[in-house]
Design a protein around this ligand. Structure first.
Ligand SMILES: Nc1ncnc2c1ncn2[C@@H]1O[C@H](COP(=O)(O)OP(=O)(O)OP(=O)(O)O)[C@@H](O)[C@H]1O
Length: 327
């Protein structure tokens, strides 16, 4: 059987792990079935440029990105609105992109997902003229991201966002927002607004609705209007719980709507963070691009796997499925 050809885009500085060992393991796992052309990102040449060049060459069946959320999201955006599938190997601190799509975050399982060859078309968003894979946030989320420095992230990992978030909550100030969808205009005082195409449960500010579907052609907007530090903490905790359970939020200071496109203006103007990167100030316009990205995903979403027995001592499993007789 001939091997498939893939371009592997690898960020050698992502995460806090030994990247040489990781690259060797990826090659070991994939190369029996996939011929890899390995390209390293540099400070100057990002995953977006490498992915665009790979698409242009027109010789790869898959483009695989191995790195943190920055690398994965850049590669995804370069493949947006093409049919080339993206293989995802998460190697960062938070790995929100993989978590949002149910892609496992261990190297071995992520490579297994790529080898399984199952692809799925997912939505992407178009946000103020740029492509969006996960979400855009204004208010609280934007300030949190800006304040979580790379140094803090390296020292504390995902905790850095939490610490920065709590600092930010102390300075909570509401702003006036006008949210215009195809069929409504909503005016509201808000502390945080999140427009999500897809989001992992850890993106708590996006967890208003019960489950954020990444292939329904719609965006999920969560509005948080807590006006005191105590109520903002209670709202965040509620969202963490409901998000993990897959339930909808049930507090008066949390609202959510679903729409194909949205325009948000605020007074005063607020910073916008798009997929973890500051991109400027409001107004914010987002539109869903249904099926805009093809991704290699596991056969079953990871969260649906509810059984694990392997590894238990003296394990014996009897298959009791009924025998079908041909009479
Ligand atoms: N060879 C390189 N040397 C230095 N910086 C690089 C190199 N390749 C990519 N980068 C930088 O790495 C950043 C992207 O990092 P990425 O998101 O992949 O990992 P991370 O920051 O460790 O993960 P996370 O975002 O989960 O913390 C970009 O800012 C890019 O400029």
């Amino acid at each position: 059987m001939s091997r498939r050809k893939a371009c592997l885009i690898f960020n050698p500085v992502a995460g806090n792990t030994d990247s040489e060992l990781e690259l060797a393991r990826i090659k070991e796992l994939l190369s029996s079935q996939i011929e890899l052309d390995i390209q390293f990102t540099t400070e100057e040449i990002g995953a977006d440029k490498l992915a665009q060049e790979a698409v242009k060459k027109d010789e790869f069946e898959i483009i695989i990105a191995a790195g943190g959320d920055g690398t994965l999201s850049e590669a995804a955006k370069a493949l947006g609105e093409t049919t080339t599938p993206l293989g995802v190997i998460p190697r960062g601190t938070a790995n929100a992109f993989a978590a949002a799509l149910g892609i496992p975050d261990t190297l071995d399982e992520a490579c297994e997902t790529i080898l399984s060859g199952k692809t799925r078309r997912i939505d992407i968003g178009r946000c103020n003229g740029r492509l969006m894979t996960l979400l855009a946030g204004i208010g609280f989320e934007a300030e949190t991201i800006e304040n979580a420095s790379r140094e803090a992230k390296q020292r504390w990992g995902a905790l850095a966002y939490l610490v920065s978030g709590i600092q930010q909550l102390r300075e909570l100030e509401l702003f006036e927002a006008e949210i215009e969808t195809d069929d409504k205009i909503i005016k509201v005082s808000a502390g945080a607004l999140t427009v999500a195409n897809a989001a992992p449960p850890t993106s708590i500010l996006a967890q208003g609705p019960a489950g954020i579907l990444y292939d329904d052609g719609l965006l999920d907007i969560t509005i948080i209007s807590s006006n005191t530090w105590a109520s903002a903490i209670a709202a965040s905790y509620h969202l963490l719980q409901t998000g993990l359970r897959g339930d909808a939020a049930k507090r008066d200071d949390i609202g959510y709507i679903r729409t194909k496109r949205v325009k948000i203006t605020t007074d005063p103007p607020q910073k916008i963070v798009l997929d973890g990167e500051m991109i400027g100030n409001t107004p914010l316009e987002v539109e869903c691009v249904p099926g805009g990205l093809t991704v290699m995903v596991p056969m079953l979403p990871a969260e649906k796997i509810s059984e694990k027995l392997e590894g238990l001592p003296n394990l014996e499993v009897e298959d009791k499925s009924p025998v079908v007789k041909n009479e």
